[in-house]
Design a protein around this ligand. Structure first.
Ligand code: UTP
Length: 292
């Protein structure tokens, strides 16, 4: 009964080179850069965990082992914190391990997002799964992953998260076209990776959350690399859409591209303004610099 399978697993591709964030990403994975004091990728795993995901599969590459270390137990540190009376910090560290069961697979070369997802095939198996990009943050309640799973359970087709972008931005995204079938829900009939403004079927852009049926792996295996040598997930999804159908979902919430310098700054300010320990000072500081 594949159609009624629960979504238990999430793949988090995190093997990209992060060239937009050099020089910081020369030796530090962009996924580990912190939003205030929490690595981007921990916020993403928390979103998955809060949405009922039990197992997180990281796709990592060269120089990315700190991501896996971050989700490992660190009993010495926890013991030391307890011995020195820092129970609150001990709990903060311990909570990371309770989020989900973490496994990983290496992508030997960064050959594109589609290739990264394909690397996780043997760990996903024959069940629908979530994909959350390791540098895409969504601040939402209920969590974006939960919203996507709800749409999948209702329509029983793979789901891609959509957000509206300016017409001059369509060239930076995968863009979808389709018919509205419910509030914020579209039955998709086209998906184009980075179209020209004239060729874009709409201004609905694909962002980093997907629910994929396991059939996607067959399409990825049959996808040729593009002229940059990358296997694009959008290409495989576009072909799967024609046979299996695909749902687009304009999620509610605010998305940040934390792999981009400006997106990262926006995320830090926005999350800072929601943190009780930071917000009053941050608000006063922003007011101060804007008035001077
Ligand atoms: P991006 O395109 O944002 O990542 O991919 P990138 O290639 O690292 O970025 P820039 O353009 O060079 O700055 C989105 C997500 O997919 C992962 C990235 O790590 C990121 O979390 N990814 C991308 C892979 O895992 N493997 C790849 O081959 C490409």
């Amino acid at each position: 009964m594949a159609s009624k399978q629960r979504i238990r697993k999430a793949v988090i591709p995190a093997a990209g080179l992060g060239t937009r964030f050099l020089p910081a990403t020369k030796a530090i994975p962009k996924e580990m850069l912190p939003i205030i004091d929490v690595p981007t990728v921990q916020l993403i795993v928390k979103e998955a965990s809060d949405s009922g995901i039990e197992e997180v599969i990281f796709v990592t590459g060269r120089g990315k082992s700190s991501i896996i270390d971050h989700f490992d137990m660190h009993t010495d540190l926890v013991r030391k914190l307890r011995e020195t009376g820092k129970e609150d910090l001990a709990l903060v560290v311990e909570e990371i391990n309770d989020l989900a069961r973490v496994t990983s697979v290496r992508q030997q070369e960064p050959k594109g997002l589609g290739h990264a997802v394909l690397c996780a095939k043997h760990l996903v198996g024959d069940e629908p799964f979530m994909v959350l990009l390791g540098d895409d943050l969504v601040n939402a309640s209920p969590p974006c992953t939960q919203q996507m799973i709800d749409v999948f359970e209702k329509h029983q087709k793979s789901v891609v998260a959509l957000q509206r972008v300016g017409s001059d931005e369509v060239t930076d995204f995968g863009i979808c076209g389709g018919q509205t079938i419910a509030d914020r829900v579209y039955e998709l009939d086209s998906m184009v990776e980075k179209p020209s403004e004239e060729d874009a079927p709409s201004n609905l852009a694909i962002v980093g959350r997907y629910v994929l049926k396991p059939e996607i792996f067959e399409y990825l295996e049959a996808t040729e690399p593009d002229d940059q040598g990358e296997i694009q997930l959008t290409d495989a999804m576009a072909r799967m859409m024609k046979v299996d159908g695909f749902t687009g979902y304009e999620f509610s919430g605010k998305r940040f591209d934390a792999g981009d310098k400006f997106g990262f700054l926006q995320a830090n300010i926005s999350y800072g303004l929601k943190r009780r320990d930071i917000a009053p000072r941050l608000k006063a500081y922003l007011r101060d610099i804007l008035n001077n």
